[in-house]
Design a protein around this ligand. Structure first.
Ligand SMILES: Nc1ncnc2c1ncn2[C@@H]1O[C@H](COP(=O)(O)OP(=O)(O)OP(=O)(O)O)[C@@H](O)[C@H]1O
Length: 254
């Protein structure tokens, strides 16, 4: 298993946002987390990526304990994430944003940077190459020198993915990758996510758009009031009465 979550619980005061959730993601799999608003999906992501410390439970990545490590340490292990709300540096270029994604591989200190040591120059070259590769992968290398805040929203979503890809991660956490994009663009994003998996990245995504989830995921975890109520293939999940009751049935009426 690439990632194992064991009995993860996250409490905010009196609220149990994530309640005793266990799951595992084998390398190469696309795992989706679904559930109604407030079910605890983003909170679980935030625990896995190190933004929040779990109240209890443990996380193993490549068999090693990562519970409680800070975000940058988790990123260095090879876990990248995108955020639901775009978290780009809007005033920087598309290329600069993608170069930031590569940071976990660089070791230059401020002194190196000021002295422009050979290490700094080599790392700049490497991160530029990795950033261009990631932008090409996401289909937006043509926008490399544009200001990130000025490109269309769909391209910004692609950039968020490119930033994650530039980190050359083993596991990518995608938080609502197609929120706010059109149906047509959703298909193109699905193809991009599939290409990430084909390139060797393991994917865990939170998404409300069921057509994307059902078409893409190898396995789905369903959360409801912080608890895992089901886990299985898209066919198993779409036929599960508890899931239909808690989520899919409700969505059908919206
Ligand atoms: N930082 C926080 N402080 C306090 N409560 C929080 C915090 N973050 C989330 N919560 C609460 O935890 C619960 C789970 O929220 P979470 O955002 O994880 O749900 P979600 O399934 O991602 O929902 P959505 O689909 O709307 O994004 C909610 O009741 C939410 O209000």
């Amino acid at each position: 298993m690439l990632l194992q979550a064991r009995a993860i619980t996250k409490r905010f005061g009196g609220l149990l946002a994530v309640d005793d959730v266990s799951s595992a993601i084998p390398a190469g799999q696309i795992k989706a987390i679904i559930g109604p608003n407030g079910a605890g999906k983003s909170t679980l992501f935030n625990v896995v990526s190190g933004l929040y410390a779990a109240t209890s439970g443990s996380l193993l990545f490549e068999g090693e304990e990562i519970t409680g490590l800070p975000m940058h340490a988790i990123a260095r292990r090879g876990i990248a994430r995108t955020f639901q709300t775009t978290s780009l540096f809007a005033h920087l270029t598309v290329l600069d944003n993608a170069m930031l994604g590569y940071r976990r591989h660089t070791a230059s200190t401020l002194v190196d940077a000021l002295l422009r040591t050979p290490r700094t120059r080599r790392e700049e070259r490497e991160s530029r190459d990795a950033a261009h590769d990631a932008l090409r992968f996401a289909g937006i290398d043509g926008l490399a020198h544009r200001i990130a805040g000025s490109i269309p929203q769909e391209a910004q979503k692609r950039l968020a993915i490119a930033i994650a890809v530039a980190a050359k991660p083993k596991l990518v956490l995608l938080d609502e990758p197609v929120a706010g994009v059109t149906a047509e663009e959703t298909d193109a994003h699905a193809a991009l996510i599939r290409a990430m998996a084909d390139a060797g990245m393991t994917i865990c995504l939170v998404e409300h758009k069921m057509n994307l989830v059902m078409g893409l995921a190898d396995s789905i975890v369903v959360l409801h009031h912080g608890k895992k109520i089901a886990e299985g293939t898209p066919a198993q999940i779409s036929a599960d009465p508890a899931v239909i009751d808690a989520y899919l049935g409700v969505k059908a009426h919206v």
